[in-house]
Design a protein around this ligand. Structure first.
Ligand SMILES: Nc1ncnc2c1ncn2[C@@H]1O[C@H](COP(=O)(O)OP(=O)(O)OP(=O)(O)O)[C@@H](O)[C@H]1O
Ligand SMILES: [Mg+2]
Length: 427
């Protein structure tokens, strides 16, 4: 094919013609070659340019990308640091809030608008565990009659509740904004004790004055009744008359005993102080009632601590322990409830404390307010005059001590007696 075409060209272009046109051909060829070269170099230049552009663009892109990435990384890192800082601050704040919340000795519960308990402090957890609703809390406080709404609507008003032998006030505060309320339960046993004691001593002081006057007024005519009845008893007379005079005389004797007790209550007793080991004195008092203890099968538990020697009136303080033990024995025997009397002695700061507890029937809140009043008794006539505890009160306070009672119906009673220690007694 190519040979044929060459032949064709050779035929159409004889050598002379070729010779004639060859310079032109050569010229054209050169021109074409030059132009081709120019184009080629332009193309090469363009290619190089394009390559440079691409490479630089890619490099720039990479550079920008790298720059951008490092910028973003740095930004992310700094954001992370800010978030971490904030988180730390929040954690720190939450921890310090919880610590503050937990260090409140009152029991606190936060209640939401649906009456669920959302959080409680340590004191609340200790008493009520993982309590979760307002209803449950009311039930545990013995406030089942109070509705959730009423509890949250107290708005700061207080309700007294008693459990585990202690008295608590319940207050609620409405939560602004979120709804619900905050319940605060405070142990007010000590305040109530102090209030009651202040009230008692005021009341007893006025009763004491009145009693002293009455006792004094009765004592004179009573002395006459006793004297004349004794005189009559010595005279010869028939048996029925003698029996009547005997009864008269023994009634007068009983009245005299009561009057003397009343006077002992109303007067500040004159103390005959001697150095005394209180634990030993309590043992003496136990001996005095040991017969009754064994008749009723009551156990005595003694938990004594080492005590300093006290300068006290042995007779009067022994009488205090005998009265309290006798009451416990009678309460256990009469109710058929309980079998143990526990006596604990210890020191609190510079004071000496004696706690006498029984697991008998307990004393109602109503009666508890009155037991130190003279003539307050729940015993049938002839079995108790109601002077025992009022005398105890008088004898203990005469030593600048204090006597108080804690009791829960069905669980028992504890009398707490405190005496000033040696330094307060000036020994
Ligand atoms: N341990 C106790 N358990 C239950 N009730 C008690 C206890 N101690 C005292 N009481 C109550 O307190 C009341 C008053 O006691 P208090 O000793 O003053 O008088 P009393 O025992 O009734 O009579 P008295 O002691 O003059 O013979 C008692 O009647 C009783 O109701
Ligand atoms: Mg008594």
């Amino acid at each position: 094919m190519l040979a044929r075409e060459i032949r064709e060209i050779d035929r159409e272009n004889p050598p002379e013609r070729i010779e004639r046109i060859s310079p032109f051909v050569e010229f054209s060829y050169r021109k074409a070659l030059d132009s081709l070269n120019v184009h080629a170099s332009t193309a090469r230049a363009s290619l190089v340019h394009a390559r440079i552009t691409i490479v630089s663009t890619v490099l720039l892109g990479m550079f920008l990308l790298a720059g951008f990435s490092s910028l973003s990384l740095r930004k992310i890192k700094s954001l992370e640091a800010v978030i971490n800082d904030r988180e730390r601050v929040l954690e720190e704040w939450a921890r310090s809030w919880q610590e503050t919340f937990d260090s409140i000795s009152d029991m606190v519960a936060v209640v939401d608008r649906d009456y669920n308990i959302v959080t409680t402090n340590r004191a609340m957890k200790k008493h009520f565990g993982g309590i979760s609703s307002c209803r449950e809390l009311c039930r545990m406080l013995g406030l089942s009659h109070v509705s959730n709404k009423d509890l949250c609507d107290y708005g700061g008003a207080s309700e007294w509740v008693e459990f585990s032998g202690k008295t608590y006030s319940v207050r609620t505060y409405r939560r602004e904004g979120k709804g619900g309320c905050i319940v605060v339960i405070r142990d007010i046993t000590r305040e109530r004790d102090l209030e009651e004691r202040a009230f008692q001593s005021e009341k007893l002081a006025s009763i004491g004055q009145m009693t002293a006057t009455i006792a004094h007024e009765i004592k004179n005519p009573l002395t006459a009744v006793m004297g004349y009845s004794e005189m009559l008893m010595q005279r010869a007379m028939d048996d029925p008359t003698k029996a009547i005079i005997d009864k008269l005389h023994s009634a007068a004797l009983r009245m005299e005993r009561i009057i003397n007790e009343l006077l002992a209550f109303s007067r500040k007793p004159k103390l005959n102080r001697v150095k005394t080991d209180l634990n030993e004195l309590i043992d003496n008092a136990i001996d005095m009632v040991s017969e009754a203890l064994s008749v009723h099968g009551i156990n005595i538990i003694r938990e004594y601590s080492d005590l300093p020697v006290l300068n006290i009136d042995r007779g009067l303080i022994e009488q205090v322990f005998i009265n309290i033990l006798s009451n416990a024995i009678q309460a256990i025997a009469d109710s058929g409830r309980g079998d143990t009397v526990r006596i604990v002695t210890h020191r609190r700061a510079d004071r000496v404390v004696v706690e006498l507890s029984d697991n008998g029937p307990g004393i109602s809140a109503e009666d508890r307010k009155r037991i130190f009043e003279p003539f307050f008794t729940t015993k049938p006539a002839g079995k108790g005059t109601g002077l025992g505890l009022s005398l105890c009160y008088n004898f203990v306070t005469a030593h600048r001590g204090s006597i108080s009672v804690r009791s829960e119906v069905g669980r028992g009673t504890t009398f707490v007696i405190e005496f000033p220690g040696p330094s307060e007694q000036g020994d």
